[in-house]
Design a protein. Structure first.
Length: 310
């Protein structure tokens, strides 16, 4: 396929996510863990604008700390654009402008949102017209959470987290996120979990036994009941994240003292996700945590996955 962009700019948007349930199984041969995740996409978004270019480049703006986001070829958005170009034999490039609002290295899938939004933006800009299943295959190559950023909504992820099946979810859940001024490396948190299990000889998941999402989680999502969901929020990565960053325990306690139904480390952290009963409770919690000088944002879920804005 030769260069022939259909538009001068394409604007796409993809959401961050919260894992309302994350069970970690055994270490797979490819270095990833077998997991069972209940994902919910939330209304914190990264926006990507893609412009025709001869080469590949990225620039960043946003409301979050951008100091840990590379702007060279190691940026996941650049990787996504190059991967799509290779797959479709496209011979041009793209200039990407990313406006980031999902926390960086915060356990909310900000990089995955960038990758998903970039795949969609470049496919639209270049007119490559890749079928959805092939786009999801590319998304999976880029990272375990990227397919979910592409699809959004509420879903169950198995395998590495990239084998998705939609989950029924009724209504809207109100979330308040306390964002740290530091990041946590996902591989570091998984390594800490593995070390803990090795120390305590916890062979929790034999290779023949895959982790599953608790049926109570699915029931709570179907019912749209935040009280029920609060009772079954679970994250195997919470303990290792708290071990690496003990200060997060005080944030969890503060949120639950100020009206949260429950708090949970989001993914590998360090963002803390608080589930509230309704909008009023979310607003009150947001005010209380802000008064404690925490960086706080409020969001709802579920929301749509990556989509073209203009």
């Amino acid at each position: 396929m030769t260069s022939g962009p259909e538009s001068s700019v394409v604007h796409t948007r993809a959401p961050g996510k919260v894992n309302v349930f994350l069970k970690v199984g055994s270490l797979l041969d490819d270095g990833y863990h077998d997991v069972a995740i209940a994902y919910q996409a939330v209304s914190l978004y990264d926006d990507v604008r893609a412009y025709p270019a001869d080469d590949f480049s990225v620039s960043l703006t946003g409301t979050v700390d951008l100091s840990r986001v590379p702007t060279d070829g190691s940026n996941i958005a650049i990787k996504a654009a190059r991967l799509l170009a290779r797959r479709t034999a496209f011979r041009g490039g793209v200039r990407l402008e990313i406006d980031k609002h999902v926390p960086v290295t915060g356990g909310m899938g900000g990089g995955s949102a960038d990758a998903a939004a970039t795949l969609l933006a470049c496919d639209t800009l270049w007119g490559t017209g890749l079928p959805r299943e092939e786009m999801l295959d590319l998304a999976s190559e880029l990272g375990a959470d990227v397919p979910f950023a592409f699809t959004g909504g509420t879903a169950i992820g198995t395998g590495r987290g990239d084998q998705l099946s939609p989950a029924l979810a009724k209504g809207t859940f109100q979330w308040v996120f306390a964002m740290a001024d530091f990041g946590l490396s996902t591989p570091d948190v998984y390594r800490e979990l593995d070390k803990h299990r090795d120390r305590h000889s916890q062979d929790i998941f034999p290779a023949s036994l895959a982790p599953t999402v608790d049926a109570n989680v699915l029931q709570a999502l179907r019912a749209g009941d935040p009280h029920m969901l609060a009772e079954c929020l679970f994250n195997d990565l919470q303990a290792p994240a708290l071990h690496l960053e003990p200060s997060l325990a005080a944030v969890l306690e503060l949120g639950e003292q100020n009206g949260a139904l429950a708090g949970i480390v989001s993914g590998s952290g360090p963002t803390i996700a608080f589930l509230t009963a309704d909008l009023d409770a979310a607003l009150e919690l947001q005010i209380a945590l802000s008064a404690a000088r925490l960086t706080v944002v409020r969001a709802t879920g579920p929301v749509h996955g990556a989509r073209v804005i203009a």
